[in-house]
Design a binder for this molecule. Structure first.
Ligand SMILES: *Cc1c(COP(=O)(O)O)cnc(C)c1O
Length: 353
């Protein structure tokens, strides 16, 4: 793919790299390519970052034909730029797009778009501990038409945002409310796809949790409201009796790159990982018997989010309010590999040269 470059006239002023937050600032340029039925991908370009115009009848605004990815670029101490398993994101983007009846981007084109944009914006990659350049590839339907059907016109874009730690307080245990009414996804739906619609329908539960003083929800399965699936927008893991238990990928759970990486790190260190159904009753029982020693969420944005408190139907059944040993080890190992501080024996890092 030949990417055209249109340089911005006046480069933006860089933000204070000590107060980045998450998703507050965007870099000077963005990647964009159109997909038009009968023509395929047209005019891949890196252009000045800014508002884009499209018709009010664009399909995405009405029927939410939209998918996205989330990944990060890191600068190592010796100045190299590293991506983490970009092929996994590229492949998942294809899976999501297939589910939403959208065109798939070839893996090498997806990686090339990210690579070239990150390289152009290298001066935006923050270097303070815990910071990185967040990468947001996404695609949406912009054909103006109100009939419900797959669109004929799409844009695939990539934008970049320098980010600090996901949580203002850094790696800190969060309190979680088990949501037993609202559901995130069901098998047969779009739970395994990274699409905006999943997020739109999750906000109500998040707000409910926040009103009650919790920071996120633990989702139960959509059929029986019995098995634990994900925590907020992260995969969930539990250490029970020394073994790590996480929900299996059976259609309603998003196949996280961090989840997969954690499983491999854990297995390489001799831990037993069980990808299996875990009922809320078993979880509460394990907590009461003292067998539940750690719980945490995993995802690109936060890497690890230790769960310090868990509540179900007004009862707090897990309350240790600390960062567990395994959580800390996983955080250190993964961020170590991602930032080039620890040797990458898995072959996960990809250098942007
Ligand atoms: C993106 C996402 C995750 C985490 O995936 P990573 O690839 O690890 O970032 C988990 N659950 C949901 C619902 C997500 O959207």
């Amino acid at each position: 793919m030949e990417i055209r470059f249109e340089q911005r006239q006046n480069l933006k002023e860089k933000p204070n790299m000590n107060e980045l937050g998450f998703g507050k600032y965007y870099t000077d340029h963005m990647f964009m390519v159109d997909w038009i039925e009968g023509k395929g991908f047209v005019d891949p370009r890196i252009i000045p970052y800014g508002p884009i115009e499209f018709d009010p009848a664009s399909l995405v605004l009405h029927y939410a034909q939209e998918t996205f990815e989330g990944m990060k670029a890191y600068k190592t101490e010796d100045g190299r730029i590293l991506l983490f398993r970009p092929d996994m994101n590229a492949k998942r983007f294809q899976t999501s797009n297939e589910r939403l009846c959208m065109p798939t981007v070839p893996v090498e084109d997806f990686i090339q778009a990210v690579h070239e944009l990150v390289k152009k914006e290298a001066s935006w990659i923050p270097t303070n501990p815990g910071t990185s350049l967040y990468i947001r590839p996404f695609m949406f339907a912009y054909q103006p038409k109100l009939g419900v059907h797959a669109a004929s016109h799409y844009k695939f874009m990539v934008i970049l945002s320098p980010v600090g730690s996901y949580y203002k307080e850094g790696l800190k245990p969060v309190s979680i409310y088990v949501e037993d009414q609202l559901v995130r996804a069901v098998k047969g739906g779009t739970g395994f796809a990274k699409c905006g619609g999943n997020y739109a329908s999750s906000i109500l539960a998040q707000m409910k949790a926040e009103e009650m003083g919790y920071s996120q929800v633990l989702w139960l399965d959509g059929v029986e409201h019995k098995y634990v699936e994900e925590v907020g927008t992260m995969n969930a893991m539990f250490v029970i009796d020394g073994k790590i238990v996480t929900a299996p990928l059976e259609g309603s759970v998003l196949p996280g790159v961090t989840r997969d990486s954690m499983i491999q790190v854990l297995k390489s260190k001799g831990y037993t990982v069980e990808e299996r159904k875990l009922s809320i009753d078993e979880l509460i029982e394990a907590a009461k018997n003292g067998k539940l020693t750690e719980a945490f969420g995993t995802g690109t944005a936060a890497v690890i989010s230790p769960i310090g408190k868990l509540a179900y139907k007004d009862e707090i059944f897990f309350d240790n309010n600390k960062i567990g040993e395994i959580s800390q080890m996983l955080y250190d190992t993964l961020t170590g590999i991602q930032t080039g501080k620890i040797e990458d024996t898995f072959g996960w890092t990809y250098e942007v040269k």
